[in-house]
Write a protein that binds this ligand. Structure first.
Ligand code: BEZ
Length: 210
């Protein structure tokens, strides 16, 4: 059964480049990103892992723990990590799971109509409550945009903290939307500087904390 937004992310134990990890313990009240790679020693994956390593300070700023997954053996991860460092200018600095296919199947990362052995490029963002907040899938041939993943995490964290939603093409610092569940009475307390009411259901407000 596929995992949907709002579900508890299934727990698992994994062998990784940083030792054995039990997923729910690894999350431990933080945000997490779990993302899959079709295979070691493939070109697109190499660029994605290098770029994600470069983004580590950005993930840390947002209290996000990153975890990659490839259905390959741990000893193969070590050789690939060397290539990533040499070609991308950044060494792996987060755990990479050596999966035998068990976790990939648990998270529906293998799509038999695309390829019955390689994973697609899945991304799960998981909240401190261990619930799935975002799920995206890309085909193997298209590298993901990890800046977009950071953008979504910013949006998710604003919603969790301030009960605001983010409009189309929102970027950090742009105005946001007061969620419909917040009444005007409650909004007066939360946003004492006021808001721009374009419609009763469309209330724009300055991004809290911006
Ligand atoms: C890659 O990771 O580079 C890749 C994997 C499968 C198909 C195409 C590209």
């Amino acid at each position: 059964m596929s995992i949907l937004i709002g579900d508890i992310a299934p727990d698992f134990t994994a062998q990784t480049t940083e030792g054995e990890i039990r997923f729910h313990d690894y999350i431990d009240g933080h945000w997490a990103v779990l993302f899959s790679h079709p295979k070691n020693y493939t070109p697109v994956c190499t660029t994605e892992l290098g770029y994600t390593a470069k983004l580590k300070p950005e993930f840390e700023k947002r209290d996000v723990k990153v975890l990659g997954l490839s259905v390959d053996k741990l000893e193969d991860h070590a050789g690939w990590a060397k290539d990533i460092e040499e070609t991308q200018g950044a060494a792996l600095n987060f755990p990479l799971i050596a999966d035998d296919g068990t976790i990939a199947r648990l998270y529906d990362m293998i799509h038999p109509n695309a390829d019955d052995s390689l994973t697609v490029r899945s991304v799960f963002v998981i909240g401190p409550d261990k619930k799935v907040k975002l799920k995206i899938e890309y085909p193997a041939s298209t590298g993901r945009n990890f800046d977009e993943i950071l953008r979504v995490i910013d949006s998710l964290q604003l919603t969790a903290k301030h009960q605001v939603a983010t409009p189309v093409n929102w970027e950090n610092g742009d105005d946001v939307i007061i969620v419909p569940a917040v009444t005007n009475e409650q909004a007066k307390e939360k946003f004492p500087e006021g808001w721009n009411e374009l419609r009763p259901y469309l209330r724009m407000v300055k991004q809290p904390g911006a």
